[in-house]
Design a protein around this ligand. Structure first.
Ligand code: NAD
Length: 354
């Protein structure tokens, strides 16, 4: 097949990990006889420096015309003045909104070889395999903001349509997995959560009676995620709760550097694939960033945007094999045994050759 892939490397370690994933996609194209065209565009801090805005129209136009988008990360100390008019993260929020990417899929799986990198006991971690579906274009991150000298507010609002579409994504995903959905809210306090719970209950009853649905309050969910992570299959929640729970969940896998994500809209619309971590300014430019999260994101791109399941599985198997062989970057390794970003990527490429 032929596919046009837009690459948005961004800032910090973004370009380093994006290059690793592009190398893997190029190897997939060779091995499976596809043609992937890669076009790089600016987003985030680098786009502010070059174009004066975090999401230039040229980037958005290219993304709209693409089959899929691979993104590194944005942000960094250079652009982090809280009073700045434009910030790198605005580019991310704007592109998700502009492309209608309301469902953010974040799979969390543990790897036997990397269990030691997690602060959680290994016996709780074995066999953990769930997906968090986070609502991405609504809620408090997008609501009206106010600020006076001595007060501030952020509005959280959700419509039934916004809740229904992300819940449908979660229920459909559960049907392809183990058939269980945990809907997370704060219905004992928040009106948006009470609406969320009502919609989840109705959809579960009317459209997905074959899927087991449970509701969980977000505060106790934060606890259960560490105490019994194996019990979950698909966890669906609103924007901010999902943001926080997925960073917590990354500690199950051992590092932020292992967790990929896909941001999807209506079937047929272009998706964005990116690691869940940020631009890691503390290690940027050192060549030591873990590329696996971005390579796993490339596998999700193959699966969800290009429909190439065998290719996606081959990439995931190659990363698992590299992990099994103990090819760890510094975030996963015990002192002294770490490999570089390039070496970790080479280990995946070698195992991908089949
Ligand atoms: P971060 O995810 O960038 O880093 C947190 C810690 O994890 C750091 O110690 C970092 O070195 C480490 N880490 C992250 N990814 C790693 C990898 N692939 N390999 C090895 N170690 C890795 O979060 P932060 O420090 O809170 O934020 C830094 C910047 O990134 C900020 O400007 C923030 O706004 C931005 N950010 C961007 C995104 C995004 O682009 N989607 C997401 C989160 C944060």
């Amino acid at each position: 097949m032929h596919a046009e892939i837009v690459v948005l490397p961004g800032d910090g370690i973004g370009p380093e990990v994006a290059a690793a994933a592009v190398a893997v996609l190029e190897a997939v194209a060779t091995r499976f006889n596809h043609t992937f065209n890669f076009n790089e565009h600016d987003i985030g801090g680098i786009a502010i420096d070059r174009h004066g805005e975090p999401l230039p129209a040229s980037t958005l136009d290219a993304c709209r015309a693409a089959d899929a988008i691979l993104l590194g990360a944005v942000g960094g100390p250079k652009w982090s003045d809280p009073n700045a008019k434009v910030r790198p993260e605005q580019g991310l929020l704007a592109i998700r909104r502009a492309l209608g990417l309301y469902a953010n899929l974040r799979p969390v799986r543990t790897h036997e070889a990397a269990l030691g990198a997690s602060p959680i006991k290994a016996e709780l971690l074995r066999g953990v395999d769930f997906v968090v579906v986070r609502e991405l274009t609504g809620g408090i991150y997008f609501g009206e903001k106010t600020r006076t000298a001595d007060a501030a507010s952020d509005l959280c609002s959700y419509s039934v349509v916004e809740i229904e579409r992300v819940l449908r994504s979660a229920f459909q995903l559960a049907r392809q997995r183990r058939g269980r959905v945990t809907s997370v809210d704060k219905a004992n306090v928040l009106e948006t959560s009470r609406l969320w719970r009502d919609v989840a209950t109705r959809l579960g009853r009317d459209e997905f009676p074959d899927v087991a649905l449970e509701h969980q309050l977000v505060d106790s969910m934060a606890m259960h995620l560490l105490a019994k992570p194996r019990e979950y299959d698909v966890i669906v929640t609103e924007n901010m709760f999902g943001d926080i729970l997925t960073d917590e969940a990354s500690m199950l896998a051992g590092s932020l550097g292992l967790l990929p994500s896909a941001s999807l809209g209506e079937p047929g619309s272009v998706g964005i694939y990116e690691p869940i971590h940020g631009s890691a300014p503390d290690i940027a430019g050192k060549g030591i960033a873990n590329p696996y999260a971005t390579i796993f994101s490339a596998a999700m791109l193959l699966r969800h945007s290009l429909g190439l399941e065998a290719e996606a599985a081959a990439v995931e198997a190659a990363v698992h094999a590299a992990l099994d062989a103990g090819v760890f970057t510094a975030d996963l390794a015990v002192a002294g045994s770490a490999v570089s970003t390039t070496q970790a990527t080479a280990a995946v490429l070698e195992r991908l050759q089949g």
